[in-house]
Ligand binder design. Sequence first.
Ligand code: PSU
Ligand code: MN
Length: 308
Amino acid sequence: MTLPAFVHLSPEVAKARAEKRPIVALESTIITHGMPYPQNLDMARAVEAEVRSGGAAPATIAVQGGALKIGLSDTELEQLAQTPQARKLSRADLAACIASGEAGATTVAATMIAAELAGIRVFATGGIGGVHKGAEQSFDISADLQELAQTSVTVVCAGAKAILDMPKTLEVLETLGVPVITYGQDAFPAFWSRSSGLPSPLRLDRPVQIAQSHLTRLALGLTGGQLVANPIPEEDEIPAEVMIPLIEAAQAEAEVQNIQAKAVTPFLLGRIFELSDGRSLRSNIKLVLNNARLGAAIACEMSALEQK
Ligand code: PSU
Ligand code: MN
């Protein structure tokens, strides 16, 4: 499959692709809009290392100088981590940013689009976008949910943050026909906490089963991806009762300051890190590493199944 000329693969990704070895896609909005510098750069490097030690090639995705880059060099990664003004790219914004030559960071939705284009089936991140609290007024529902319904990539996350309306997020995913699979437990995890108190629609206990389920959906002709929710490790967890007041305080500030649309998620994440004195940032980094590990395991199993 030939890729459009504006798509640039890193040498590591190009090699893995040619050899049909496992690759794990990684998003870049988490770097530019999800964490402050320099922790964002340390996180991005550590996550890539985690994917490599799990036996897969990391493909961090971003737009720079009119190119859609699938896999970044360390210099490109560093540049991106120091560009907080990079555009936040979802499905709607991706092509215009490539055309304009501006720097852009891909959200879950845009990362899935780029991954599918390059034949990458597994993508690891921290949290996905979803239905925001008060969506009945604001209509703020992340394009990530629609993308999961139409693009065939397995996305590993740590559940959803309590900045979202979790029951509504799960309802929309169900309506869209997206499998929501929790890894190894019955409860759907809530990002900083292992349980949201809501049951997970589906549960699988082994990476090979998640890989098999992805391939089975393809064989059934079903469009769309799978959402895998991987609970944060126990030792990194922050109890919900610690996080909820901080989240509510950040939400109240967002309302007073009239923060809207694309700015909502980055604003809330930034304030929650500040209000928790960095504790939530440390846990956030740990859970992304945990997801990178599971993502690599799923990607390896999928490659092995396909070579049978
Ligand atoms: N949730 C997090 N951390 C993040 C994001 C969401 O816990 O970094 C980022 C992801 O890139 C996600 C995007 O795709 O925010 C969703 O933004 P919005 O809600 O504007 O669609
Ligand atoms: Mn939104």
